[in-house]
Design a protein around this ligand. Sequence first.
Ligand code: SF4
Length: 361
Amino acid sequence: MMRINEISAVVEGGGRISAEDARALWLHASDDELKRLAGMVRARYHAPDRATYMVMRIINYTNVCVAQCDYCAFYVLPNQAGGYVLTREDVFAKIDELLVAGGDLVGFNGGFNPKLPLHYYCDLFAAVRDRYGDAVEFYALTIAEFMFLADRAGLSYADTAARLREAGVHWVTGGGSEILTEDFRKRHAKFKYTVEEYLKAQRAVVDAGLRTTATMVIGFDETLDERLEHLQRTRDLQDGCLADGLQGIFSFLPWSYKPWGTALGGNEVSPREYWRHVALSRIFLDNIKHVRTSVLTLNEDAFRALEFGADDFDLPLEDEVTQKAGATIDLDFERLLAVPRAMGFQVEYRHAERPPALAPA
Ligand code: SF4
């Protein structure tokens, strides 16, 4: 208890905790103490009774993938039955539905499809920007897909980011990071990337003037050490960006692994474990403005995380990747929004930020 008191005093004084402090909090702090400390860090950035949200749709433009992650229920291998690539008309129809539903954020997310070259993506993103202008913002790719594209194109990360930027891309998100330790990658996703490369690619995206986010997925077989390493690497990356005068990571979104239909299998973490993880992330990632909670994977249970330090969430229309693994989507947004309101939060719609004026390439 003595140790928890000391750590709490550091947070109360506006200080930063170490990974060892985070371990002690995880193992020994009560839910109420985690909530209290996470609330303090949240209050450095946001009014305590306010939360923001977006209505968004993930467009899974292809399910063909060569990465073969064992926690994925979404992909098919090239030339296997059931593989698809969406046409531009399919993509536009999905965006039109999103606009009708009151949303304005699209996340493009697909597999590592070796048949799609860089110009497929650039043409698609340019067409979306051309058709919708600023009425829709889009997360063009995850860092993981970005790395695959760069590799296939034989281009540096800087050149790939520049090409995407010219095509009207503003955001490449930190999706596909799951757990950022080399051991985890070797156990479950050995063809995807190395952590060192991932962080290099994300920094190149930031250097190119694009916006990015960070994510994390809990509930595989990762150890506490691995969770802490992921948080530490994320905080270090952001420290480096801020030290160089860059905006860096806009938000951190932890979500929970859905095991159905995957080779890995397993069970889901409890909502309480998720809420505690959100709180620990909020306390540890003191240099990232937004910590988000995952309605996509936790439904109504996600809103309790607003009391554990989260300040922002998505209301999703679709995401085939998590839906195939067991996620269920509720499209009654007013009913969903009534939950945080009943908890005492004012909820406001947030439009995706545009990057500041981009420097010449
Ligand atoms: S998680 Fe992504 S990269 Fe991994 S197999 Fe599934 S689609 Fe491919």
